[in-house]
Design a protein. Structure first.
Length: 197
């Protein structure tokens, strides 16, 4: 689904106190973007939709719902827009979720921004991964090397590396092991099932 690290993502967000107004935008790093919103705003962030822009672009969405526009990127969360969000989420297996503000974002605790970014990124669900990518993730979680994974799945090592890179891009974390943990945290990677097999 992703060609490179600069894959553009469409996001639709709102703040907990104003759920009837959404912001529609695009980014190549949603975790950093969300952290900026949370630092600048006093309420938790509601992530309504997050999907690759090749599914629907920001400009297409703006045009489609221009009658609901309030400002350049802010829209009334109308029934029509909710239907579009539901369609996008269904096609991408995405569920709405809330990102609470961290102590660092309230100014109470001085924590390294890189650690805050990592915690925030772990809470962002990954974009849907393919069946082949899930198989590669399961083998990696069991400790299989790239070569062992290639042999087990009867594919080239290049294919395994490409799947691992795609998993990292869809998980928004640069470290492959962290992306495996994220898949487990979000119950995409079933560790209990792997342990019992």
């Amino acid at each position: 689904m992703y060609a490179d690290d600069d894959q553009s993502l469409l996001y639709i967000i709102s703040w907990k106190g104003t759920p009837d107004v959404v912001k529609i935008g695009r980014t190549t790093n949603f975790a950093k973007r969300a952290n900026t919103f949370l630092t600048a705003h006093h309420e938790p962030l509601l992530v309504r939709c997050l999907c690759p822009e090749d599914v629907m672009s920001e400009s297409d969405l703006h045009l489609r719902h221009q009658s609901a526009r309030i400002t350049l990127e802010h829209f009334n969360y109308t029934d029509d827009l909710k239907e579009t969000v539901a369609m996008l989420n269904m096609s991408n297996s995405f569920r709405e979720y809330e990102i609470p503000r961290t102590l660092n974002q309230t100014g109470v605790v001085d924590e390294l921004s890189s650690v805050v970014d990592l915690k925030l990124t772990m809470n962002v669900p990954p974009v849907r991964i393919s069946r082949a990518e899930l198989q590669v993730a399961e083998l990696a979680a069991l400790g299989a090397t790239i070569q062992e994974s290639a042999e087990a799945l009867n594919v080239s090592e290049h294919t395994i590396k490409a799947h691992r890179q795609s998993i990292s891009q869809k998980g928004f974390m640069s470290n492959f092991c962290s992306n495996l943990m994220k898949l487990a945290v979000h119950k995409i990677l079933d560790l209990e099932r792997l342990r019992s097999n």
